[in-house]
Design a protein around this ligand. Sequence first.
Ligand SMILES: Cc1ncc(COP(=O)(O)O)c(C=O)c1O
Length: 381
Amino acid sequence: MKKKYLLAPGPTPVPEHVALEMAYPMVHHRTPQFSQIFAEAAEGAKYVFETQQDVLLLASTGTGGMEGCVTNLFSPGDKLLVINGGKFGERWGKIGQAYGMNVVWHNVEWGKAADPQEVKKILDGDKDIRGVLVQASETSTTAAHPIKELSELTRGREDVLLIVDGITGVGVFPLPMDEWGIDAMVTGSQKALALPPGLALVALSGKAWRAADKSKCPRFYFDFKKERKNLADKTSAYTPAVSLVIGLRAVLKDIKAEGLANVHKRHNRLARATRAAGKALGLKSIAPDAPADSATGLFVPEGIDGGKLVKFIRDDLGVTLAGGQDHWKGKIVRIAHLGYFDTFDIVIAISALEMALKKFGHKVELGKGVSAAQEILMEAY
Ligand SMILES: Cc1ncc(COP(=O)(O)O)c(C=O)c1O
């Protein structure tokens, strides 16, 4: 019998009581009973998004929510500035191109954050740009882009929308949508919301809803205006992900009980502990200047195949971490700390990493990373 631990940046572990709630017999979605649950979940989501606007609940993964932002807010030919600092930034651009938008790529070195001054220069120099599309946390590189500073650039421009992929940001660290003036924000159920995959949550600002009135992009399934109309009637346009919505309502109650600021604090403590462990083990951070609190990426030592290391940690030690993609394939390991994560998840992740490094012949003092993490983890007690 092998005990398994899921410590990758999505899907993340689901709390036991939430899993149990989702396991109740199926209910019909066009009933007053489910409408009540749906409305409560959508209302509760506003707390995590820090918005007074509607939060749409879509039966899709996060990418569906991203695609919906592009097709509902822009028109073919529109110029979109895509901050491309990793796999998910690249995805924004690919979605835009698929719908005939004119994508301006702003490439950011992997592991780095976008420089708001450079973005400002681009926006000042090109008045045709209609949107800035960015990740709050670029999970592939574990870097956080400066959303607050970017929002200061777009807030005063009625014809430029700030579209934030908050898939590993919402519910992890502060992204107060209304206060900062973020125009569209997306998350997915399988990250900080600690649910199985299959639900995308999207909120739009007033400015974005005005843009939605003008958008001429073809769309069918992801029709935000239609979803908003249905939401007012406590339902969705198509069959909702019933079990996930039931789970969402339960998780949101937990988040509210903990308090969003405390949730952010917990993630920050776990993130700092993981970074300290990496440093103590002499492993270089992949995003040293702007590490996100959602996951920590570390370069594996020269000469060790990161793919094999991550596989050993998963298959032999029972701990699922994440590796790298593209040119970082086999070179990095990513440890998550978002959602239903706490102190001992970090202890397990670091200790598994230490044991694996030793197994692969790297000179490592067992416990060195763990104790560095513990020093920070102790702050909460
Ligand atoms: C930042 C970010 N954006 C987009 C996605 C894609 O989300 P999904 O796989 O739910 O479509 C992910 C998934 O890991 C992500 O981390």
